[in-house]
Design a protein around this ligand. Structure first.
Ligand code: NAP
Length: 293
């Protein structure tokens, strides 16, 4: 693609994310049509975008059509509307609605059946981060289709990462990162609750952010190596010792009469690893109890 070429793009879905995506494309100089089920939100996008009340008109003659809806179910409803599939034939559909790998596979199946090029994407950013250095977007699908649109897609995130030809790979990576995010977030919120319940200002805990993030980082590096070699032996800290530490967390939670569900779930997982004979291994050995037989 010639640098700086203005591309005809449609953004379907003008919620918080879709509106940010549409404005970012417009700022980059593209010709952006927007459509939303509730038309007022499409009108409110502004930033040089052009709103349409009719979806077929919005997507007709567009090189790139981006979907940003709540769910894939909503996407399939929209794609099934009269005249939409034929208006999309020959375009590239970029699915920026979050979903599972199975959702991505059904999206590709739909696209193939209707002569549409398809990229399944996952955005790792809040709307306010779109088009900044803090945004990352993962893409899966045909490398050739990705390369053809990369320059245009970089309007959303310079860090536009091609993951794999396997259509579910962007969703898989997104789910993996989000699990690490939500799991760690619940852990640190519970940690703050423990501090508060014991009369320690949670500020004291948050001041140690770099300590616990550092521990997670070191353990992730160790886990990567151990999972790669399938060797979980080491000389740093056995699972038996880790379990004793988690038992203190459960005890504190119960004594302080706050929810002990999260640390109890942790304890169950780590103890299961011990029960299958991994007690003298390092922490990442728990991985062996989480994979399919
Ligand atoms: P949102 O503000 O709630 O917007 C949801 C959009 O989906 C609205 O445009 C809504 O239309 C539309 N929609 C829902 N059901 C529909 C249906 N049956 N038919 C047609 N349109 C329908 O959500 P959002 O934050 O923009 O999120 C959009 C996608 O981006 C989600 O998949 C989300 O996981 C992903 N995402 C969001 C963030 C974030 O920080 N916000 C970050 C990463 C990824 P109406 O206005 O008519 O209701």
């Amino acid at each position: 693609m010639a640098p700086g070429r203005s591309v005809k793009i449609a953004v379907v879905g003008c919620g918080l994310m879709g509106s940010a995506l549409a404005r970012a494309f417009a700022v980059a100089g593209h010709d952006v049509a927007v459509w939303n089920r509730t038309p007022g939100k499409a009108r409110a996008v502004g930033g040089g975008t052009v709103d349409f009340e009719n979806l077929v008109e919005a997507v007709s003659g567009r090189e790139l059509v981006v979907l940003s809806l709540s769910t894939y179910t909503a996407c399939f409803e929209v794609l099934a509307a009269k005249g939409v599939a034929s208006a999309l034939a020959g375009t590239t559909l970029v699915q920026l609605t979050s979903g599972s790998p199975a959702d991505a596979r059904s999206g590709l199946e739909w696209a193939r059946a209707h002569g549409v090029d398809y990229l399944d994407a996952a955005i790792l950013a809040f709307p306010g981060f779109v088009a900044t250095d803090y945004a990352t977007v993962f893409y899966a699908g045909s490398r050739a289709v990705f390369d053809r649109h990369l320059e245009t897609l970089q309007a959303l995130a310079k860090n536009s990462v091609y993951v794999d030809e396997k259509i579910g790979s962007a969703a898989t990576l997104d789910c993996a990162i989000l699990e690490a995010y939500y799991g760690s977030s619940l852990a640190f919120l519970h940690a703050a609750a423990m501090c508060k319940a014991e009369g320690l200002d949670p500020k004291a805990f948050f001041a140690q952010k770099s300590s616990f993030l550092g521990l997670i980082s070191v353990t992730a590096d160790a886990a990567q190596g151990m999972i790669g070699t399938n060797d979980f032996s080491g000389d740093q800290c056995s699972l038996n010792t880790h379990v004793a530490a988690i038992e203190h967390i459960v005890r504190l939670s119960k004594d302080a009469r706050i929810s002990a569900r999260f640390p109890t779930e942790l304890l169950d997982n780590y103890k299961r690893a011990i029960s299958v004979g991994l007690g003298d291994k390092e922490l990442p050995a728990v991985f062996q109890t989480l994979t399919r037989e």
